[in-house]
Design a protein around this ligand. Sequence first.
Ligand SMILES: [Zn+2]
Ligand SMILES: [Zn+2]
Length: 284
Amino acid sequence: MKFSDSIFFRRNFLIATSHKKEEAIAPVLREKFQANVIVPEGFNSDMFGTFTGEIERVGSPLDAARKKSKAAASAFNASLVIASEGSFGPHPSLYFVPADDEILLLTDYENDLELAVREVSTNTNFSAKQVASLDEVKTFAEAAGFPGHKVILKKSNNDYSHLVKNIKNWDELQLISKLFLADYGSLFIETDMRAMNNPTRMSVIAQTAEKLAVLMNSKCPHCKTPGFDVGNIVPGLPCISCKLPTESTLKYVYICKKCNYHQDSYYPNKKSFEDPQFCEWCNP
Ligand SMILES: [Zn+2]
Ligand SMILES: [Zn+2]
């Protein structure tokens, strides 16, 4: 596909971030769209919620990204803004597996267009633990990838009265841990999920940016508006044995948000029948 006839080609992109996420997002925009990437100085994305919990996020991750985008667009008079939002917790379908859930939102205020992509990855070091010894601190920090990945120390999970971040090396970690243990008998250690302190997260954001570039280049066959994306997932893949519809995906419906043009894409999982073991009629 050609990128040079895209409405995004050679535009000014403002990346609304204060955690160096542009390092993951800018390369793909420059490579594919010859973008001029601007990172505003003094943009404080932390006012919309922090990972370390001092400020709680309000609303859905997409809402949070929209707020950041609007704030940045008006503060810096930008017409094309990329905002990012990450959440961490159990994977939505794989129980007890931690996941990094990233959203990238591109808003083109000039063309009244919003493109959002989401990447849920199990490639994350997201973890936290209350510990009572230096050995436990070391074990946790090693598993977290410290010092390449940073960790945060607190008195306890929801107590922010004493919190230390940006710990540089093992000596510093040991020293600070000793003080916590002496004062409180235990400490709460957690992975620092801010992008610039978490190379694993940075790589997931880079994957999300690749996804965004694909969506930016996916145009409606009818009106050519970018962002032609799956709007509906329709179940009903027939069972190969009884031929009745199953809960498995039969088709994706691509919908243009601009002109409402619909396009069906059958068998997105590359199979036209479902195995009877997933059929509620054959295998209830
Ligand atoms: Zn259209
Ligand atoms: Zn069946």
